[in-house]
Design a protein around this ligand. Structure first.
Ligand code: SF4
Length: 362
């Protein structure tokens, strides 16, 4: 790691070289302030929350719509949670949307609508972890904070030719970044490092020839850039299974219900289903979990969805309920399903059920 020690001459040139590169090649992103404009902490915070586990391309499409709907932290805090969850649809990981709303309320109630300008102050807010606090403190407030995401980990592991696999290498990577962050333009430095990782020091075929750090980079010198960072083998994701109940009443409405507030997809609307777990449930268990009395037909095929920690396979049973059926949940006319805050997996269930119905009518 010698060449990124502060004692070596290269270390002092790394930040200026990167900032000069950033001034020419920075990405234009909808949430980013233009050169010379002050950053808006609300937009910085919002983008960082959206970018957790979601790509820049996906967030780009949502961001403008979201800020048009909720133009300030005050507007977001004043909105009902269901509106926020609805606007969040498609970004996944709804716990983030609930925390987003809780955070906006805390900023308005406890900080008069202004985001705290330190890492510690930010970390005390809902949904803001170490990385996000560092990123906001640096980007919105120019604090000398280290914001180390996956892109940054890759760049630094290569720059210093760190052979330790991730996640064990994280502390060493943070230490290197900590030494490199300059006194001035810490926010630009954080964004420059992210941009370098996203556009030049890419996972495959890094474009070292375009890189402002090419002469200092040890992985490049050793010819091992593309192999880094090393990663510890991940355990395979388990598969959980369940059965969803697609129930239609004679008036054409469908039975939905709200998931419990805490846990996976907390508070989201769903097509009722059995518990999701590994192994197969018996027929009796499935019957017991049915939300209403109906005669059930198993639809052909399954609905598949992958969450962070498991794959899910859902069988779908279709049933017709009587006109007076109540069931556990609420009935929604088919043509108003789109108004519901359905998570992606449930949208898949709906299109599966509707697709089978359509095919069988032909
Ligand atoms: Fe990444 Fe290549 Fe630049 Fe090294 S020289 S930091 S491997 S792009």
């Amino acid at each position: 790691m010698g060449m990124v020690d502060e004692s070596t001459p290269e270390a002092a040139t790394l930040a200026p070289a990167l900032l000069a590169w950033y001034d020419r090649h920075r990405r234009l992103l909808p949430w980013r302030a233009l050169p010379g404009q002050p950053p808006d902490a609300y937009r910085v915070w919002l983008s960082e929350i959206m970018l957790q586990q979601t790509t820049v391309v996906t967030v780009g499409a949502y961001f403008d719509r979201f800020v048009t709907r909720f133009p300030s932290v005050h507007a977001l805090a004043a909105a009902p949670l269901d509106d926020v969850l609805h606007a969040w649809q498609g970004l996944g990981y709804y716990a983030r949307a609930r925390n987003l709303h809780a955070c906006a309320r805390a900023v308005v109630a406890e900080h008069a609508g202004r985001f705290p300008d330190t890492e510690e102050g930010l970390r005390a807010l809902p949904g803001i972890g170490a990385y996000t606090a560092g990123a906001i403190a640096a980007i919105a407030f120019d604090r000398k904070a280290a914001a180390v995401d996956g892109n940054v980990e890759r760049v630094i592991a290569r720059l210093a030719a760190l052979e330790t696999p991730l996640p064990e290498a994280k502390p060493a990577i943070r230490a290197v970044v900590g030494r490199l962050v300059p006194e001035a333009r810490a926010g630009d430095f954080a964004q420059a490092l992210m941009d370098l990782g996203a556009t030049v020091c890419t996972p495959r075929a890094p474009k070292c020839i375009l890189c402002p750090w090419q002469s200092a980079c040890r992985a490049r010198a050793l010819g091992i850039a593309e192999e880094l960072p090393r990663r510890r083998e991940k355990a395979a994701k388990p598969t959980r299974r369940g059965t969803a109940f697609w129930v239609v009443r004679p008036d054409g409405s469908v039975l939905l219900r709200k998931r419990p507030e805490s846990g996976l997809l907390g508070g989201m609307v769903e097509v009722p289903s059995t518990e999701w777990r590994e192994g197969r449930a018996s027929e009796i268990e499935v019957q017991k979990a049915a939300p209403v009395r109906a005669s059930w037909i198993k639809l052909p095929g399954t609905v598949r969805h992958t969450f962070t920690h498991f794959h899910l396979e859902l069988a779908v049973l279709s049933g017709e309920a009587s006109a007076r059926a109540k069931g556990e949940g609420f009935w929604v006319p088919l043509d108003r399903l789109s108004e519901q805050a359905l998570p992606t997996v449930m949208k898949k269930v709906v299109s599966h059920a509707l697709g089978v119905a359509r095919r069988s009518r032909r």
